[in-house]
Design a binder for this molecule. Structure first.
Ligand code: UDX
Length: 443
Protein backbone atom coordinates (compact mmCIF):
# COMPACT_ATOMS: atom_id res chain seq x y z
CA UNK A 1 0.00 0.00 0.00
CA UNK A 2 2.91 2.32 0.72
CA UNK A 3 4.24 1.76 -2.79
CA UNK A 4 0.81 2.36 -4.34
CA UNK A 5 0.64 5.63 -2.39
CA UNK A 6 4.17 6.54 -3.47
CA UNK A 7 3.49 5.89 -7.16
CA UNK A 8 -0.06 7.28 -7.28
CA UNK A 9 -0.05 10.62 -5.44
CA UNK A 10 -3.63 11.40 -6.48
CA UNK A 11 -4.98 8.24 -4.79
CA UNK A 12 -5.67 8.41 -1.06
CA UNK A 13 -4.52 5.25 0.72
CA UNK A 14 -5.83 4.51 4.22
CA UNK A 15 -4.13 1.64 6.02
CA UNK A 16 -6.24 0.38 8.91
CA UNK A 17 -5.62 -2.26 11.54
CA UNK A 18 -7.32 -3.34 14.75
CA UNK A 19 -3.97 -3.24 16.56
CA UNK A 20 -3.34 0.32 17.84
CA UNK A 21 0.34 -0.22 18.68
CA UNK A 22 1.02 -1.42 15.14
CA UNK A 23 -0.70 1.62 13.67
CA UNK A 24 1.21 3.90 16.04
CA UNK A 25 4.51 2.28 14.98
CA UNK A 26 3.79 2.90 11.29
CA UNK A 27 3.78 6.63 12.06
CA UNK A 28 7.29 6.54 13.52
CA UNK A 29 10.79 5.76 12.21
CA UNK A 30 10.57 2.36 13.96
CA UNK A 31 8.27 0.54 11.55
CA UNK A 32 6.71 -2.69 12.83
CA UNK A 33 8.66 -4.70 10.23
CA UNK A 34 12.25 -4.50 9.05
CA UNK A 35 12.40 -4.21 5.28
CA UNK A 36 15.20 -2.40 3.40
CA UNK A 37 13.94 0.78 1.68
CA UNK A 38 10.46 0.66 3.21
CA UNK A 39 10.92 3.56 5.63
CA UNK A 40 11.89 5.90 2.79
CA UNK A 41 8.78 4.95 0.80
CA UNK A 42 6.49 5.38 3.81
CA UNK A 43 8.06 8.75 4.66
CA UNK A 44 7.59 10.02 1.11
CA UNK A 45 3.85 9.37 1.12
CA UNK A 46 2.86 9.54 4.81
CA UNK A 47 0.66 12.55 5.48
CA UNK A 48 0.43 13.33 1.75
CA UNK A 49 -1.81 10.50 0.54
CA UNK A 50 -0.87 7.65 2.89
CA UNK A 51 -2.60 7.50 6.26
CA UNK A 52 -2.61 5.02 9.14
CA UNK A 53 -5.54 4.62 11.47
CA UNK A 54 -7.55 2.25 13.65
CA UNK A 55 -10.84 3.68 12.45
CA UNK A 56 -11.74 0.75 10.24
CA UNK A 57 -15.39 1.61 9.71
CA UNK A 58 -14.67 5.12 8.51
CA UNK A 59 -12.02 3.86 6.09
CA UNK A 60 -14.44 1.26 4.69
CA UNK A 61 -17.18 3.84 4.16
CA UNK A 62 -14.82 6.24 2.43
CA UNK A 63 -13.17 3.69 0.08
CA UNK A 64 -13.89 2.87 -3.57
CA UNK A 65 -11.54 -0.08 -3.41
CA UNK A 66 -10.67 -2.19 -0.35
CA UNK A 67 -7.67 -4.52 -0.14
CA UNK A 68 -8.12 -7.34 2.38
CA UNK A 69 -4.59 -8.10 3.59
CA UNK A 70 -5.22 -9.93 6.85
CA UNK A 71 -3.29 -13.08 7.70
CA UNK A 72 -4.43 -16.57 6.75
CA UNK A 73 -2.42 -18.92 8.97
CA UNK A 74 -2.63 -22.71 8.78
CA UNK A 75 -5.55 -23.93 10.90
CA UNK A 76 -4.43 -25.23 14.28
CA UNK A 77 -7.79 -26.79 15.21
CA UNK A 78 -10.78 -28.71 13.88
CA UNK A 79 -11.44 -29.66 10.26
CA UNK A 80 -8.32 -29.31 8.10
CA UNK A 81 -6.08 -28.85 11.16
CA UNK A 82 -2.41 -28.47 10.18
CA UNK A 83 -3.26 -28.05 6.49
CA UNK A 84 -6.17 -25.81 5.56
CA UNK A 85 -5.91 -22.02 5.77
CA UNK A 86 -7.76 -20.40 8.62
CA UNK A 87 -10.04 -17.90 6.97
CA UNK A 88 -11.65 -16.42 10.04
CA UNK A 89 -9.93 -13.05 9.68
CA UNK A 90 -10.98 -12.86 6.02
CA UNK A 91 -14.54 -13.68 6.94
CA UNK A 92 -14.63 -11.11 9.73
CA UNK A 93 -13.26 -8.47 7.35
CA UNK A 94 -15.83 -9.33 4.68
CA UNK A 95 -18.67 -9.16 7.21
CA UNK A 96 -17.51 -5.80 8.47
CA UNK A 97 -17.27 -4.45 4.92
CA UNK A 98 -20.79 -5.72 4.19
CA UNK A 99 -22.26 -4.18 7.35
CA UNK A 100 -20.65 -0.78 7.06
CA UNK A 101 -20.69 -0.03 3.33
CA UNK A 102 -23.16 2.47 1.94
CA UNK A 103 -21.69 2.79 -1.59
CA UNK A 104 -20.56 0.28 -4.27
CA UNK A 105 -17.04 -1.07 -3.82
CA UNK A 106 -14.36 -3.23 -5.34
CA UNK A 107 -13.01 -5.71 -2.79
CA UNK A 108 -9.54 -7.04 -3.55
CA UNK A 109 -8.18 -10.24 -1.97
CA UNK A 110 -4.53 -9.53 -1.28
CA UNK A 111 -3.98 -12.24 1.33
CA UNK A 112 -2.99 -15.62 -0.09
CA UNK A 113 -6.12 -17.68 -0.16
CA UNK A 114 -7.11 -21.15 -1.19
CA UNK A 115 -8.98 -21.21 -4.47
CA UNK A 116 -12.62 -20.29 -4.39
CA UNK A 117 -12.41 -18.10 -1.32
CA UNK A 118 -13.58 -15.23 -3.46
CA UNK A 119 -16.80 -17.20 -3.74
CA UNK A 120 -17.23 -17.10 0.06
CA UNK A 121 -16.38 -13.41 0.18
CA UNK A 122 -18.94 -12.79 -2.55
CA UNK A 123 -21.55 -14.81 -0.69
CA UNK A 124 -21.03 -12.84 2.53
CA UNK A 125 -21.01 -9.49 0.77
CA UNK A 126 -24.07 -10.45 -1.28
CA UNK A 127 -26.12 -11.64 1.71
CA UNK A 128 -25.35 -8.87 4.12
CA UNK A 129 -24.89 -5.91 1.80
CA UNK A 130 -27.52 -3.22 2.18
CA UNK A 131 -28.29 -3.14 -1.53
CA UNK A 132 -24.71 -2.10 -2.16
CA UNK A 133 -22.88 -3.76 -5.12
CA UNK A 134 -19.50 -5.40 -4.65
CA UNK A 135 -17.04 -6.71 -7.19
CA UNK A 136 -14.47 -9.16 -5.81
CA UNK A 137 -11.00 -9.34 -7.37
CA UNK A 138 -8.01 -11.54 -6.59
CA UNK A 139 -4.65 -9.77 -6.70
CA UNK A 140 -2.01 -12.03 -5.12
CA UNK A 141 1.30 -10.54 -4.04
CA UNK A 142 4.53 -12.07 -5.30
CA UNK A 143 7.09 -9.92 -3.48
CA UNK A 144 9.75 -11.68 -1.42
CA UNK A 145 10.76 -10.34 1.99
CA UNK A 146 14.09 -8.53 2.14
CA UNK A 147 13.66 -7.37 -1.46
CA UNK A 148 10.03 -6.22 -1.16
CA UNK A 149 10.52 -2.67 -2.37
CA UNK A 150 12.50 -3.54 -5.51
CA UNK A 151 10.09 -6.42 -6.22
CA UNK A 152 7.16 -3.99 -5.97
CA UNK A 153 8.81 -1.25 -8.01
CA UNK A 154 9.81 -3.64 -10.76
CA UNK A 155 7.63 -6.76 -10.61
CA UNK A 156 7.94 -9.66 -13.10
CA UNK A 157 4.17 -9.44 -13.35
CA UNK A 158 1.06 -8.22 -11.58
CA UNK A 159 -1.83 -10.68 -11.52
CA UNK A 160 -5.46 -9.64 -11.35
CA UNK A 161 -8.32 -12.13 -11.42
CA UNK A 162 -11.98 -11.22 -11.65
CA UNK A 163 -15.37 -12.23 -12.96
CA UNK A 164 -15.52 -12.24 -16.74
CA UNK A 165 -18.73 -10.17 -16.71
CA UNK A 166 -18.90 -6.53 -17.89
CA UNK A 167 -18.88 -5.35 -14.25
CA UNK A 168 -16.05 -7.75 -13.38
CA UNK A 169 -13.95 -6.60 -16.32
CA UNK A 170 -14.57 -3.00 -15.37
CA UNK A 171 -13.33 -3.70 -11.83
CA UNK A 172 -10.23 -5.48 -13.18
CA UNK A 173 -9.50 -2.43 -15.31
CA UNK A 174 -9.92 -0.10 -12.34
CA UNK A 175 -7.24 -2.01 -10.41
CA UNK A 176 -5.02 -2.44 -13.49
CA UNK A 177 -5.04 1.32 -13.99
CA UNK A 178 -3.65 1.77 -10.46
CA UNK A 179 -0.66 -0.50 -11.19
CA UNK A 180 -0.27 1.01 -14.67
CA UNK A 181 1.06 4.16 -12.94
CA UNK A 182 4.43 2.37 -12.85
CA UNK A 183 4.08 -1.19 -14.21
CA UNK A 184 4.11 -1.68 -18.01
CA UNK A 185 0.70 -2.82 -19.24
CA UNK A 186 2.06 -6.04 -20.78
CA UNK A 187 3.16 -7.15 -17.32
CA UNK A 188 -0.36 -6.84 -15.89
CA UNK A 189 -1.91 -10.28 -16.37
CA UNK A 190 -5.69 -10.58 -16.22
CA UNK A 191 -7.38 -13.92 -15.52
CA UNK A 192 -10.55 -15.40 -14.13
CA UNK A 193 -10.91 -15.25 -10.38
CA UNK A 194 -10.02 -18.86 -9.60
CA UNK A 195 -7.03 -19.00 -11.93
CA UNK A 196 -5.54 -16.04 -10.11
CA UNK A 197 -6.11 -17.56 -6.69
CA UNK A 198 -4.66 -20.90 -7.74
CA UNK A 199 -1.65 -19.27 -9.44
CA UNK A 200 -0.36 -17.91 -6.16
CA UNK A 201 -0.39 -21.33 -4.48
CA UNK A 202 1.12 -22.92 -7.58
CA UNK A 203 3.91 -20.33 -7.90
CA UNK A 204 4.98 -20.88 -4.30
CA UNK A 205 4.70 -24.66 -4.65
CA UNK A 206 6.95 -24.60 -7.75
CA UNK A 207 9.52 -22.33 -6.08
CA UNK A 208 9.65 -24.46 -2.93
CA UNK A 209 9.81 -27.60 -5.05
CA UNK A 210 13.03 -26.38 -6.67
CA UNK A 211 14.62 -25.92 -3.24
CA UNK A 212 13.47 -29.32 -1.99
CA UNK A 213 14.69 -30.90 -5.22
CA UNK A 214 18.19 -29.47 -4.91
CA UNK A 215 18.21 -30.20 -1.16
CA UNK A 216 17.38 -33.85 -1.85
CA UNK A 217 20.38 -33.95 -4.18
CA UNK A 218 22.54 -32.31 -1.47
CA UNK A 219 22.06 -35.42 0.68
CA UNK A 220 23.25 -37.60 -2.18
CA UNK A 221 26.23 -35.29 -2.79
CA UNK A 222 27.32 -35.58 0.82
CA UNK A 223 27.55 -39.36 0.70
CA UNK A 224 29.07 -39.57 -2.78
CA UNK A 225 31.55 -36.68 -2.77
CA UNK A 226 29.88 -34.51 -5.42
CA UNK A 227 29.45 -30.78 -4.78
CA UNK A 228 25.85 -29.55 -4.79
CA UNK A 229 26.81 -25.98 -5.78
CA UNK A 230 28.58 -27.36 -8.85
CA UNK A 231 25.57 -29.51 -9.69
CA UNK A 232 23.21 -26.53 -9.25
CA UNK A 233 25.39 -24.40 -11.53
CA UNK A 234 25.63 -27.13 -14.13
CA UNK A 235 21.90 -27.81 -14.29
CA UNK A 236 20.93 -24.13 -13.91
CA UNK A 237 22.86 -23.27 -17.07
CA UNK A 238 20.20 -25.12 -19.04
CA UNK A 239 17.89 -22.27 -20.03
CA UNK A 240 14.90 -24.57 -19.56
CA UNK A 241 15.83 -24.98 -15.88
CA UNK A 242 17.38 -21.56 -15.17
CA UNK A 243 19.83 -20.58 -12.41
CA UNK A 244 17.55 -19.02 -9.76
CA UNK A 245 16.21 -20.72 -6.64
CA UNK A 246 18.65 -23.62 -6.78
CA UNK A 247 20.69 -22.71 -3.72
CA UNK A 248 20.85 -25.69 -1.42
CA UNK A 249 20.32 -24.74 2.23
CA UNK A 250 19.41 -25.93 5.71
CA UNK A 251 15.79 -25.77 4.48
CA UNK A 252 13.38 -23.11 3.31
CA UNK A 253 11.38 -21.07 5.80
CA UNK A 254 9.07 -18.09 5.66
CA UNK A 255 5.39 -17.53 6.05
CA UNK A 256 4.38 -18.69 2.58
CA UNK A 257 5.97 -21.81 1.16
CA UNK A 258 4.96 -24.42 3.72
CA UNK A 259 1.59 -22.86 4.39
CA UNK A 260 0.67 -22.56 0.73
CA UNK A 261 1.78 -26.09 -0.13
CA UNK A 262 -0.16 -27.55 2.80
CA UNK A 263 -3.12 -25.63 1.53
CA UNK A 264 -2.69 -27.03 -1.95
CA UNK A 265 -2.45 -30.50 -0.41
CA UNK A 266 -5.64 -29.93 1.52
CA UNK A 267 -7.47 -28.69 -1.56
CA UNK A 268 -6.36 -31.73 -3.58
CA UNK A 269 -7.52 -34.09 -0.83
CA UNK A 270 -10.79 -32.22 -0.51
CA UNK A 271 -11.44 -32.52 -4.23
CA UNK A 272 -10.60 -36.25 -4.24
CA UNK A 273 -7.10 -36.12 -5.75
CA UNK A 274 -4.93 -38.03 -3.22
CA UNK A 275 -2.10 -38.69 -5.72
CA UNK A 276 -1.74 -34.99 -6.46
CA UNK A 277 -1.90 -34.21 -2.74
CA UNK A 278 0.91 -36.59 -1.81
CA UNK A 279 3.03 -35.39 -4.76
CA UNK A 280 3.10 -31.86 -3.34
CA UNK A 281 3.24 -32.92 0.30
CA UNK A 282 6.61 -34.49 -0.45
CA UNK A 283 8.08 -30.99 -0.98
CA UNK A 284 7.32 -30.15 2.67
CA UNK A 285 8.42 -33.56 3.96
CA UNK A 286 11.77 -33.18 2.14
CA UNK A 287 12.20 -29.77 3.77
CA UNK A 288 11.53 -31.23 7.24
CA UNK A 289 14.09 -33.93 6.47
CA UNK A 290 16.69 -31.34 5.47
CA UNK A 291 16.34 -29.41 8.74
CA UNK A 292 16.42 -32.62 10.79
CA UNK A 293 19.40 -33.93 8.84
CA UNK A 294 21.36 -30.72 9.52
CA UNK A 295 20.75 -30.96 13.28
CA UNK A 296 21.54 -34.68 13.35
CA UNK A 297 24.76 -34.05 11.46
CA UNK A 298 25.84 -31.61 14.19
CA UNK A 299 25.11 -34.14 16.93
CA UNK A 300 26.74 -37.00 15.04
CA UNK A 301 29.88 -34.99 14.26
CA UNK A 302 30.27 -33.82 17.85
CA UNK A 303 30.91 -37.42 18.83
CA UNK A 304 27.24 -38.33 19.08
CA UNK A 305 26.39 -36.01 21.90
CA UNK A 306 25.89 -32.30 22.36
CA UNK A 307 24.74 -32.62 25.96
CA UNK A 308 26.15 -29.69 27.94
CA UNK A 309 28.05 -28.43 24.88
CA UNK A 310 27.74 -24.90 23.62
CA UNK A 311 26.50 -24.55 20.06
CA UNK A 312 26.54 -21.05 18.56
CA UNK A 313 23.82 -20.27 16.01
CA UNK A 314 24.49 -17.41 13.65
CA UNK A 315 21.19 -16.16 12.32
CA UNK A 316 17.60 -16.80 13.34
CA UNK A 317 15.60 -15.04 10.59
CA UNK A 318 14.34 -17.29 7.76
CA UNK A 319 16.56 -15.41 5.30
CA UNK A 320 18.80 -12.34 5.31
CA UNK A 321 17.55 -8.74 5.40
CA UNK A 322 14.41 -9.49 7.35
CA UNK A 323 13.47 -9.86 11.02
CA UNK A 324 10.75 -12.35 10.09
CA UNK A 325 11.26 -15.73 11.76
CA UNK A 326 8.15 -17.56 10.66
CA UNK A 327 8.97 -21.22 9.89
CA UNK A 328 12.68 -20.41 10.02
CA UNK A 329 14.96 -23.47 9.93
CA UNK A 330 16.66 -21.99 13.02
CA UNK A 331 13.64 -22.87 15.15
CA UNK A 332 13.65 -26.55 14.24
CA UNK A 333 17.41 -27.00 14.32
CA UNK A 334 17.55 -25.37 17.77
CA UNK A 335 14.64 -27.43 19.04
CA UNK A 336 16.43 -30.59 17.96
CA UNK A 337 19.67 -29.54 19.64
CA UNK A 338 17.89 -28.56 22.86
CA UNK A 339 16.22 -31.96 22.95
CA UNK A 340 19.72 -33.40 22.93
CA UNK A 341 20.53 -31.16 25.92
CA UNK A 342 22.80 -28.67 24.12
CA UNK A 343 23.26 -25.09 25.29
CA UNK A 344 22.46 -22.96 22.29
CA UNK A 345 23.70 -19.37 22.01
CA UNK A 346 22.31 -17.23 19.22
CA UNK A 347 23.17 -14.03 17.46
CA UNK A 348 20.96 -12.47 14.80
CA UNK A 349 21.38 -8.84 13.70
CA UNK A 350 17.63 -8.14 13.58
CA UNK A 351 15.65 -10.69 15.57
CA UNK A 352 14.91 -9.85 19.23
CA UNK A 353 15.22 -12.45 21.99
CA UNK A 354 11.46 -12.50 22.69
CA UNK A 355 10.74 -13.67 19.15
CA UNK A 356 13.22 -16.53 19.44
CA UNK A 357 11.77 -17.73 22.74
CA UNK A 358 8.23 -17.36 21.42
CA UNK A 359 9.13 -19.40 18.33
CA UNK A 360 10.45 -22.22 20.50
CA UNK A 361 7.56 -22.09 22.95
CA UNK A 362 5.13 -22.38 20.04
CA UNK A 363 6.48 -25.87 19.30
CA UNK A 364 5.58 -26.98 22.86
CA UNK A 365 8.44 -29.48 22.96
CA UNK A 366 9.38 -28.55 26.53
CA UNK A 367 8.22 -26.11 29.22
CA UNK A 368 8.76 -22.44 28.32
CA UNK A 369 11.02 -22.07 31.37
CA UNK A 370 13.48 -24.61 29.93
CA UNK A 371 13.63 -22.86 26.57
CA UNK A 372 14.61 -19.68 28.36
CA UNK A 373 17.25 -21.46 30.42
CA UNK A 374 18.85 -23.38 27.55
CA UNK A 375 18.90 -20.56 24.98
CA UNK A 376 21.23 -17.60 25.40
CA UNK A 377 20.88 -14.63 23.08
CA UNK A 378 23.83 -12.35 22.37
CA UNK A 379 24.17 -8.90 20.85
CA UNK A 380 27.23 -9.83 18.83
CA UNK A 381 28.59 -12.83 16.98
CA UNK A 382 31.90 -12.96 18.89
CA UNK A 383 30.17 -13.37 22.26
CA UNK A 384 27.84 -16.01 20.85
CA UNK A 385 30.79 -18.04 19.52
CA UNK A 386 33.07 -17.67 22.57
CA UNK A 387 33.88 -21.07 24.11
CA UNK A 388 31.52 -22.80 21.67
CA UNK A 389 32.17 -26.37 20.55
CA UNK A 390 30.55 -25.68 17.19
CA UNK A 391 29.03 -22.89 15.12
CA UNK A 392 25.98 -23.33 12.90
CA UNK A 393 25.28 -20.75 10.20
CA UNK A 394 21.55 -20.65 9.60
CA UNK A 395 20.88 -17.29 7.93
CA UNK A 396 22.99 -15.88 5.10
CA UNK A 397 23.48 -12.39 6.63
CA UNK A 398 26.21 -10.51 4.72
CA UNK A 399 27.93 -9.43 7.94
CA UNK A 400 28.86 -13.04 8.76
CA UNK A 401 31.22 -13.03 5.77
CA UNK A 402 33.22 -10.15 7.25
CA UNK A 403 33.71 -11.48 10.78
CA UNK A 404 37.23 -11.93 12.17
CA UNK A 405 37.21 -15.71 11.86
CA UNK A 406 40.76 -16.02 13.22
CA UNK A 407 39.64 -14.41 16.46
CA UNK A 408 36.49 -16.53 16.64
CA UNK A 409 38.56 -19.68 16.15
CA UNK A 410 40.99 -18.67 18.86
CA UNK A 411 38.22 -18.35 21.43
CA UNK A 412 36.45 -21.63 20.66
CA UNK A 413 36.79 -25.10 22.14
CA UNK A 414 38.90 -27.41 19.96
CA UNK A 415 38.36 -29.13 17.64
CA UNK A 416 36.32 -26.15 16.43
CA UNK A 417 33.48 -27.25 14.16
CA UNK A 418 31.62 -25.01 11.76
CA UNK A 419 28.41 -26.14 10.05
CA UNK A 420 27.61 -23.82 7.20
CA UNK A 421 23.88 -24.24 6.51
CA UNK A 422 24.03 -21.72 3.67
CA UNK A 423 27.41 -22.51 2.08
CA UNK A 424 28.05 -18.83 2.74
CA UNK A 425 31.71 -18.71 3.74
CA UNK A 426 35.04 -19.48 2.11
CA UNK A 427 35.60 -22.97 3.44
CA UNK A 428 39.19 -23.34 2.29
CA UNK A 429 40.23 -20.26 4.25
CA UNK A 430 38.37 -21.44 7.33
CA UNK A 431 40.04 -24.81 7.15
CA UNK A 432 43.43 -23.09 6.89
CA UNK A 433 42.63 -21.28 10.14
CA UNK A 434 41.92 -24.65 11.75
CA UNK A 435 38.13 -25.03 11.59
CA UNK A 436 36.62 -28.40 10.81
CA UNK A 437 34.04 -27.31 8.26
CA UNK A 438 30.88 -29.19 7.27
CA UNK A 439 28.61 -27.72 4.67
CA UNK A 440 25.49 -28.59 2.76
CA UNK A 441 25.89 -31.00 -0.13
CA UNK A 442 29.64 -31.40 -0.19
CA UNK A 443 31.26 -34.75 0.46
C1 UDX B 1 8.26 -16.27 -1.15
C2 UDX B 1 8.14 -16.09 -2.68
O1 UDX B 1 9.45 -15.96 -3.24
C3 UDX B 1 7.30 -14.87 -2.99
O2 UDX B 1 7.11 -14.76 -4.40
C4 UDX B 1 5.96 -14.99 -2.30
O3 UDX B 1 5.20 -13.82 -2.52
C5 UDX B 1 6.15 -15.20 -0.81
O4 UDX B 1 6.97 -16.34 -0.58
P1 UDX B 1 9.70 -15.18 0.80
O5 UDX B 1 9.12 -16.25 1.65
O6 UDX B 1 9.67 -13.77 1.30
O7 UDX B 1 8.98 -15.16 -0.64
O8 UDX B 1 11.26 -15.52 0.53
P2 UDX B 1 12.07 -16.33 -0.56
O9 UDX B 1 13.16 -15.47 -1.04
O10 UDX B 1 11.21 -16.95 -1.58
O11 UDX B 1 12.76 -17.47 0.33
C6 UDX B 1 12.02 -18.49 0.99
C7 UDX B 1 12.94 -19.46 1.69
O12 UDX B 1 13.65 -20.26 0.77
C8 UDX B 1 14.02 -18.78 2.56
O13 UDX B 1 14.18 -19.50 3.75
C9 UDX B 1 15.24 -18.86 1.68
O14 UDX B 1 16.42 -18.81 2.43
C10 UDX B 1 15.04 -20.22 1.03
N1 UDX B 1 15.75 -20.38 -0.24
C11 UDX B 1 15.49 -19.55 -1.30
C12 UDX B 1 16.68 -21.40 -0.39
O15 UDX B 1 16.94 -22.16 0.55
N2 UDX B 1 17.31 -21.56 -1.60
C13 UDX B 1 17.05 -20.76 -2.67
O16 UDX B 1 17.65 -20.98 -3.74
C14 UDX B 1 16.11 -19.71 -2.51
Amino acid sequence: MAVIAQKCPEIKVNVVDINPSRIAAWKTDQLPIYEPGLLEVVKEAHGRNLFFSTDIEDAIREADMIFISVNTPTKTYGVGKGRAADLKFIELSARQIAEVSTTDKIVVEKSTLPVRTAQSIKAILGEEGNGVKFQVLSNPEFLAEGTAITDLHDPDRVLIGGDQTPEGLEAIEALASVYAHWVPREKIIQTRLWSSELSKLTANAFLAQRISSINSISALCEVTGADVDEVAYAIGSDSRIGPKFLKSSVGFGGSCFQKDILNLVYLCEYFGLPEVASYWEQVVLMNDYQKRRFAQNIIHTLFNTVSGKKIAMLGWAFKKDTNDTRESAAIYVTDHLLSDMANVSVYDPQVPEESMIEDLNYLQTRPARENKEMLTVHQDAYEACKDAHAIAIITEWDEFKNLDWQLIYKNMKKPAFLFDGRNLLNHEELEKIGFKVKCIGKG
